[in-house]
Ligand binder design. Sequence first.
Ligand code: NAP
Length: 242
Amino acid sequence: MRFDDHRVVITAAGRDFGRTLAIRLADLGAEVFLSARSLAAAERVRDEIRARGHRHVHAHACDLTDPASIRDFATGVAQRTDRVDILINNGARYLHGPDLLSASDSDVVDTIASGATGTVLTVKSFLPLLLNSDKPDVVTMVSACGTAGHHRSDAHDAFYAAKSAQAGFTEILSKRLRPQGVRVISLYPPDFDNPDPLSEDWESTPRKAKDALTAQSILECVLFAVAQPRDCFIKAFHFEQV
Ligand SMILES: NC(=O)c1ccc[n+]([C@@H]2O[C@H](COP(=O)([O-])OP(=O)(O)OC[C@H]3O[C@@H](n4cnc5c(N)ncnc54)[C@H](OP(=O)(O)O)[C@@H]3O)[C@@H](O)[C@H]2O)c1
């Protein structure tokens, strides 16, 4: 599976799963436009990828709570390419705590803004570039918390709200963009382990039936979905919890 002819945008790629996506997609030949809340974090990952011999990787700043920052990210990408083939909405602030009163008002605002509003505005800003592609995909890392009736996470209610908003957005978007050839693919994982893709743990993390879900498996789901021929529109991945 190679992605040599793919131009991929990834949000929140300064660490954890976004960084994993950026490193692995670049390894597979994609041109990667990665963003992080701070430019320095994005540049660190860009440099890690360049050190692996991949020249086609670009670093951008994008604060998902700031509409102007999202627009600037899209404008910056548009200065380098006239099309985007895959947009991965990876970014969302996590907020812990099952007690509604445990979070400050600004934590609540920030959590919902980064996950919900940020995702909507990112797709809005990148849609013109996606529509210039002959194979456009929008991939969104939602969460089991975005599944109706889910209650097994200790995430804060605001995180549940943000993820439910992402789920509602991608659900309607999937139908509305299909006539224009855009696949909208959403993943609803429970908590998963996030080993460093450049560490030995990446190869040695247990992945048996009784083990927790891993970033390796989530990555493989993403790669599988976007590699399918265009008649195969995988809309959502749901996972049975351990
Ligand atoms: N890991 C899991 O168990 C799990 C399970 C289900 C779903 N997910 C979803 O999968 C995605 C990636 O997960 P993860 O484990 O890598 O998440 P994570 O470790 O919680 O990292 C969150 C990422 O979002 C970024 N972020 C937070 N607020 C931001 C903002 N305002 N603007 C831009 N970026 C912002 C963070 O950047 P900073 O470094 O600047 O803070 C970080 O890169 C997230 O959407 C998450 O909700 C994860």
